[in-house]
Design a binder for this molecule. Structure first.
Ligand SMILES: Cc1cc2nc3c(=O)[nH]c(=O)nc-3n(C[C@H](O)[C@H](O)[C@H](O)COP(=O)(O)O)c2cc1C
Length: 148
């Protein structure tokens, strides 16, 4: 059984609902899930749990305001965590073109700079294609867990 920390970035609540839905599902399977709605750097530096980023994209490919302070500190301090597993679920809208799901890339780059290890491919959820992101996230996360 795994203990997972979910870092949430959300403006309108879609990514937050997705994270909460994953918590509910995975806890039924016996995993321990912490959903961090306003994450601080200390939420990840004090432990070695695998990290799951679950964020939407705002502005022009930017990280939502609730996740931004975490992101900026992560980039500034780069706490090294060699080999720590992480995964990325990112919500976006393909009509934004080049900035589609940009927040996921920003978080991924920053985590790579801490020497963390990405597990699985990023799940990009397109608001043009679904209004129920949790339905895409659930099967993805089960596969992700198998590869931890
Ligand atoms: C003001 C605004 C800016 C956005 N900018 C982007 C963007 O640059 N790239 C992208 O892929 N999606 C963008 N989106 C789409 C959101 O990421 C998408 O609707 C997502 O599902 C919202 O999730 P949330 O409810 O967790 O905030 C933007 C949406 C809004 C309202």
């Amino acid at each position: 059984m795994a203990s997972i920390r979910i870092l949430v970035g959300s403006v309108y609540g879609g990514a937050l609902l997705t994270a909460r839905s994953l918590k509910k599902q995975l806890e039924q399977d016996g995993h321990q899930i912490t959903v961090l709605e306003n994450p601080e750097l200390e939420d990840i530096t004090g432990n070695t749990d695998p990290i799951l980023v679950c964020t939407s994209t705002t502005g022009q490919g930017e990280v939502p305001p609730n996740l931004l302070p975490f992101y900026l500190r992560l980039r500034e301090e780069l706490p090294q965590q060699p080999g720590r597993p992480f995964g990325v679920i990112v919500l976006g809208d393909s009509s934004y073109g080049e900035t589609f799901c940009g927040a996921g890339e920003l978080m991924e780059e920053a985590l790579y700079e801490t020497s963390a290890r990405k597990v699985g491919d990023t799940l990009r959820i397109d608001a043009l294609e679904t209004t129920e992101p949790e339905l895409e996230a659930e099967p993805w996360v089960r596969q992700w867990l198998e590869h931890l």
